[in-house]
Design a protein around this ligand. Structure first.
Ligand SMILES: NC(=O)c1ccc[n+]([C@@H]2O[C@H](COP(=O)([O-])OP(=O)(O)OC[C@H]3O[C@@H](n4cnc5c(N)ncnc54)[C@H](O)[C@@H]3O)[C@@H](O)[C@H]2O)c1
Length: 247
């Protein structure tokens, strides 16, 4: 297939769905990967006939990840782009957080991303081309109470991204991360109105981001326009990562 073959995890909704749409507009074929099977038909309709394929995969499972990559290579013979977007939260103060909630968030966000990167790295190293983008979070900087598990997982993604950029650079594979701030998705729609307003007011731009704000940056990072950029963490957060504001 002439189109660039892209895998996007967590593409059933939210930021991942928007990334998948943008990649289709960029003339990529998108393999939609998610645990949520209920949206299989609707997401493929949304992306347009012949532009995508849905493959169910829980990124906590090494076996499911291995069979996902096997299937993609058997069908398409290559993988040009991997966007590791799937992620979960399970917030609480550390004294109220059971170990299973730490394990769950780290298993999906960090170990899942690592396992996806490992399979892609083997293929992209051998084909001497590839673009990997990992979705971290502005929270990796460590200024959200109640997110010790999430922050550890997203900071882990930052370290992982930098090391993989070192390991894969000479094979013409770029590895970068995007760190979103507050974006309007089903994940954030579960927060209370009061918390949302506090978070919005902490952003210098005083507004909520849209999934497309992230998709636009991904479009650039997987294109030839970013060939000299690797190992970078791009904050797309309305300026929140600058730090707290007094005025
Ligand atoms: N929304 C925000 O404000 C925000 C901010 C910073 C970072 N992020 C990150 O962006 C990414 C997407 O966030 P979102 O807001 O769109 O979330 P979302 O909850 O709306 O969507 C996440 C998707 O990932 C899928 N998923 C969850 N666990 C999975 C698993 N084990 N295997 C495969 N798929 C799985 C879900 O089914 C869902 O479709 C996440 O990594 C999140 O941490 C989001």
């Amino acid at each position: 297939m002439k189109k660039r073959i892209s895998i996007v995890t967590g593409a059933a909704r939210g930021i991942g769905k928007s990334i998948a749409k943008q990649l289709v507009e960029d003339d990529c074929f998108v393999v939609v990967v998610d645990v949520d099977e209920n949206v299989k038909e609707s997401i493929m309709d949304y992306l347009g006939k012949g532009n995508s394929e849905y493959i169910k995969c829980d990124i906590q499972s090494q076996d499911e990840i291995k069979s996902l990559f096997k299937e993609v290579i058997e069908k398409f013979g290559k993988i040009d782009i991997l966007v590791n977007n799937a992620g979960v939260i399970k917030d609480n103060m550390i004294w109220k957080m059971p170990k299973r909630d730490f394990d769950f968030v780290v298993d999906v966000n960090l170990k899942g991303t690592w396992m996806m990167c490992r399979e892609a790295a083997i293929i992209m190293r051998d084909q001497k081309f590839g673009k990997i983008v990992n979705i971290s979070s502005r929270a990796w900087l460590g200024n959200n109470r109640g997110q010790s598990n999430y922050t550890a997982s997203k900071a882990g993604i930052v370290g992982l991204t930098r090391v993989l950029a070192l390991e894969l650079g000479k094979y013409n594979v770029n590895v970068n991360a995007v760190a979103p701030g507050l974006i309007d998705t089903p994940l954030t729609q579960s927060l209370s109105e009061e918390v949302m307003q506090q978070l919005i007011s902490a952003q210098p731009t005083k507004k909520l981001g849209k999934p497309e704000d992230i998709a636009n940056v991904i479009s650039f990072l997987v294109s030839g326009k970013s060939d000299f950029i690797t190992g970078q963490i791009i904050h797309v957060d309305g300026g929140r990562s600058i730090g707290s504001t007094i005025f």
